[in-house]
Design a protein. Structure first.
Length: 98
């Protein structure tokens, strides 16, 4: 407040947001265990893991998707089809593969 009793124009704003968050039981237990293990507050642990997850999500989105380029190697030797497993085994392991 200013000296005349009115609110000052130089207000301090909080960088925190208070909210209610419903956690699944298993998630809450893991966060509580981490809080106990490290001696840090539950709030600190939740914020840390949210930050890590958001950063990881952002990093994953910036990578290009995995692509497979198919190459034709002429198909299975000898049998002409992958449907005939017996013939494939004979070609790869010999006639006495049984």
């Amino acid at each position: 407040m200013s000296t005349n009793g009115h609110l000052s124009e130089n207000r301090v704003t909080s960088r925190c947001m208070r909210t209610t968050l419903t956690l699944d039981e298993d998630v809450a237990q893991r966060l509580q265990a981490e809080s106990r293990r490290t001696g840090r507050s539950f709030k600190e642990i939740v914020n840390e893991y949210l930050r890590m997850s958001l950063a990881q999500s952002r990093a994953l989105k910036s990578t290009s998707p995995f692509r497979v380029v198919a190459a034709d190697f002429g198909g299975p030797a000898g049998s002409g089809s992958y449907d005939n497993i017996e013939a494939l085994l004979e070609v790869s392991e010999g006639i006495e593969h049984r």
